[in-house]
Design a protein around this ligand. Structure first.
Ligand code: NAI
Length: 253
């Protein structure tokens, strides 16, 4: 149904969690997937899993805070594979501190990865896709954009910025056949949301599941399905939108 045969996808954050699950699903749909991450062994492991399932993937060491290096990774993907159909900018970090204890270094560090890192890859992908006359840029926001969340100033600001970047890209690139959409997942069980304390983890997940109409927290595959939809022509008339795989925990207009 969502056939990506002959398409090339670049995925940042592909060494873990949502990025890995998305890389695996896009490869399963037929795409050639470049798995980029600052965690190179993790990216190689994703490539191995894809290879074992019969898919095509390549690992690429990349720190998205390096603007020139990120632009080069995009250009290299186009040079090597002849095209770039999908960018899924998934790499991100979490930071938690109350506003009164948040300093500028925290804010800069989070914005460097979660916002500027997305800008670096999306801008270069947009150049290539504009020339190509087609493409889908997928960014990873968060349910944190929809509400105030204690301790999440830096994170939620960075994700709100990602949404505005995505909407701007959609507006500027729509005339060239390039789409841009954001995903705002609810709580997804990944290394990012794992706590060291197993009891605290179980309690947190239970509380989250109780507050969620579908009665559970998400797993990375829940978000990968949305990535696949946005990557494919099944979402051909969709751009500038925010999709929320969140079990119904938030239902904004
Ligand atoms: P994760 O921690 O499992 O994966 C994040 C990946 O990004 C890792 O492989 C990490 O090495 C990579 N990364 C971090 N900084 C990087 C950098 N500077 N350059 C290149 N790669 C870098 O986290 P998860 O949960 O899979 O999150 C993926 C995205 O989804 C993030 O943007 C996160 O903010 C977002 N998200 C996650 C939610 C959750 O509940 N897990 C909910 C909403 C959004």
């Amino acid at each position: 149904m969502a056939d990506l045969t002959g398409r090339t996808a670049l995925i940042t954050g592909a060494a873990s969690g949502i990025g890995r699950a998305s890389a695996r699903l896009l490869a399963e749909a037929g795409a050639t997937v470049v798995c980029a991450d600052r965690d190179e062994p993790g990216a190689q492991q994703t490539v191995k899993l894809i290879g074992e399932a019969g898919g095509a993937a390549y690992a690429r060491a990349l720190d998205v805070t390096d603007g020139a290096g990120t632009a080069e990774a995009v250009r290299e993907t186009v040079r090597t594979h002849g095209r770039l159909d999908v960018l899924a900018a998934i790499a991100g970090i979490m930071h938690s501190s109350p506003v009164l204890e948040t300093d500028e270094a925290d804010l800069d560090r989070v914005l460097a990865v979660n916002f500027k890192g997305v800008l670096h890859s999306a801008r270069e992908a947009a150049r290539a896709m504009k020339e190509q006359g087609s493409g889908s840029i997928i960014t990873m926001a968060s349910g944190a954009i929809d509400t105030g969340m204690s301790g999440l100033l830096c994170y939620s600001v960075s994700k709100a910025a990602v949404v505005q970047l995505t909407k701007t890209l959609a507006t500027e690139l729509g005339p060239y056949g390039v789409r841009a959409n954001a995903i705002a997942p609810g709580f997804i069980r990944t290394p990012m949301t794992a706590r060291d304390d197993a009891t605290a983890q179980a309690r947190g997940e239970e509380a989250m599941a109780r507050a969620t109409p579908l009665g559970r927290v998400g797993d990375p595959g829940d978000v990968a399905g949305t990535v696949l939809f946005l990557a494919s022509d099944r979402s051909a008339f969709m751009t500038g939108q925010i999709l929320r795989p969140n079990g119904g925990i938030a239902m904004p207009w």
